[in-house]
Design a protein around this ligand. Structure first.
Ligand code: SAH
Ligand code: SF4
Ligand code: F3S
Length: 466
């Protein structure tokens, strides 16, 4: 008998909360366990191991974990036999507390320990209850196995690639510096190697991820320090890769080099998520954002000078401690001034251990809710206006998934809008010029104008994976 055939196939169910980084991490956890016989299942009832990959960013996000753990404990009481792991940012922040509060949990482990997952599972198998929230000395990325081409392909034609983790900025509302640790960049060659593997398996669009992705820096072959613009240039050389995106950026790290890349690198998409949080200088200062409203607007001017068709998205927090109606009006006026293609809006949520939690003048909940509603009305209008402004334009659309109806495909515009159109299946994975003919609430509709047949890498890929 070979070693592989001795491994009994087991089923892994991972539930992912939070940001794209957790989505990426969940896949890497699955990759770490694959050589040990674990196959992903979408059905929790089939699972031998359930992992909750958690988010700590707002109180609601954290609470979800405990209610989900309650449900899992109930399943176990009903006689279902499976292992329960809690990963991600709540695990990192509240490791011991989770283990204490939920007896059903077998292991709690933070984001820097994912390469050790097989070992942690083995320890649980030996009857241990595991809490692993130290930051290990070794680089997890050196130890995480790559997914097979078949698995990469099954995850789709677009992929996330984490290039940077952690944050040193310490905005006064935010838990990330505590849950993800100090800012760290993955080495250039390590990132390029992973990108090559993804692209060779058929990935056409990469989104580089980091809590402060534009703070990424590395050393090139000559030992020179390079930034994200250079990384994107090197990725641009990968034949077969059609598009590059990155998220999330901090305004202070939009360097000249990166902005120039938006002018020079045609694979870099003209869509940028650049959170500002507030339009009031007083609140930005209290948030420890270390930039003013004018700084933010100046960054946008520089970006638009390099790439006039750049569309922007942002994050906003309403009701930060001390925020007055006048401060909030400044946020509304900033949103008017910038004009966003998309935006994410949040009520300030008190996070224990952050400076914001101890500030006086916490804003009452109804005031936060009322401000959020006003801000949402504005950004929803802007998002709709942006979608409508695309009608009549011809946009490059990457056809990346099957459509809702037979004879249709789904795609993404340069601005990350979902696009629906009539197209034959063999065009999956190609970029087509599409005339936009309609705009709905969450997607736009188009018609292919010039019909570019698949060529080069994508043909070989689709044959290889047919
Ligand atoms: N690194 C990114 C943001 C990471 S967190 C940046 O610097 O912009 C994602 C978003 O969650 C933030 O942009 C912020 O808008 C929101 N957020 C973070 N902490 C929050 C809190 N305590 N309450 C409400 N929203 C919060
Ligand atoms: Fe959080 Fe600020 Fe760091 Fe973004 S820059 S992750 S908001 S501390
Ligand atoms: Fe949440 Fe952690 Fe991401 S707190 S937003 S999962 S970095």
């Amino acid at each position: 008998m070979t070693e592989a055939s001795e491994i009994r196939p087991k089923k892994l169910f991972i539930k992912t909360y939070g940001c794209q980084m957790n989505v990426y991490d969940s896949d890497r956890m699955a990759d770490a366990l694959a050589p040990h016989g674990y196959e992903p299942t979408p059905v929790i009832d089939d699972a031998d191991l359930v992992v909750l990959n958690t988010c700590h960013i707002r109180e609601k996000a954290s609470e979800k974990v405990f209610s989900e753990l309650g449900r899992l404990a109930e399943l176990r009481r009903e006689g279902r036999d499976f292992m329960i792991g809690v990963a991600g940012c709540v695990a990192q922040a509240e490791g011991e507390e989770i283990a204490r509060r939920s007896k059903a949990v077998d292991m709690v482990f933070g984001p820097q320990s994912y390469h050790r997952l097989p070992e942690l599972v083995a320890r649980v198998g030996r009857g241990e209850k595991v809490v692993e929230t130290e930051f290990p000395p070794e680089d997890k990325f050196e130890h995480l196995p790559a997914a097979s081409p078949r698995v990469i392909r099954s995850r789709g034609l677009t992929a996330f690639l984490t290039v940077q983790e952690g944050c040193d900025k310490f905005c006064s509302f935010c838990v990330v510096p505590y849950t993800r640790g100090a800012e760290q960049s993955r080495p250039l060659e390590q990132v390029l190697a992973e990108a090559r593997t993804l692209v060779a398996a058929g990935v056409r669009e990469l989104t580089l991820l980091g809590q402060n992705v534009n703070a990424w820096h590395g050393l090139d072959a000559h030992g020179r320090s390079v930034g994200l613009g250079e990384l994107c240039a090197r990725l641009g050389e990968l034949e077969g890769l059609a598009r590059i995106r990155y998220t999330t950026s901090h305004p202070l790290d939009m360097t000249d080099e990166l902005i120039a890349a938006h002018r020079d690198n045609f694979k870099l998409m003209p869509y940028l998520h650049l959170p500002v949080q507030s339009g009031s200088d007083r609140i930005l200062k209290a948030m420890n954002r270390r930039h003013t409203r004018a700084d933010y607007l100046a960054v946008i001017d520089r970006i638009k000078a390099a790439r006039p068709d750049m569309a922007l998205s942002g994050d906003f927090i309403v009701g930060f401690p001390g925020e007055t109606e006048a401060d909030f009006a400044e946020t509304l006026s900033l949103v008017h001034e910038v004009g966003y293609a998309s935006a994410f809006t949040f009520k300030y949520s008190i996070r224990p251990g952050t400076p914001g939690a101890d500030m006086d003048d916490q804003v009452p909940e109804p005031v936060k809710a009322e401000r959020l509603a006003r801000l949402n009305a504005l950004v929803t209008r802007q998002m709709r206006d942006f979608a409508r402004s695309c009608v009549g334009r011809t946009l490059d659309v990457l056809l990346d998934k099957p459509g809702r109806l037979p004879g249709q495909l789904g795609g993404r515009s340069p601005y990350l809008q979902a696009v629906h159109l009539e197209a034959p299946e063999h065009l999956l994975g190609t970029v087509q010029q599409v005339l936009i003919v309609g705009a709905g609430n969450n997607s736009i509709e188009g018609k292919i104008v010039t019909h570019a047949e698949p060529k080069g890498a994508s043909v070989i890929e689709s044959q290889a994976f047919a």
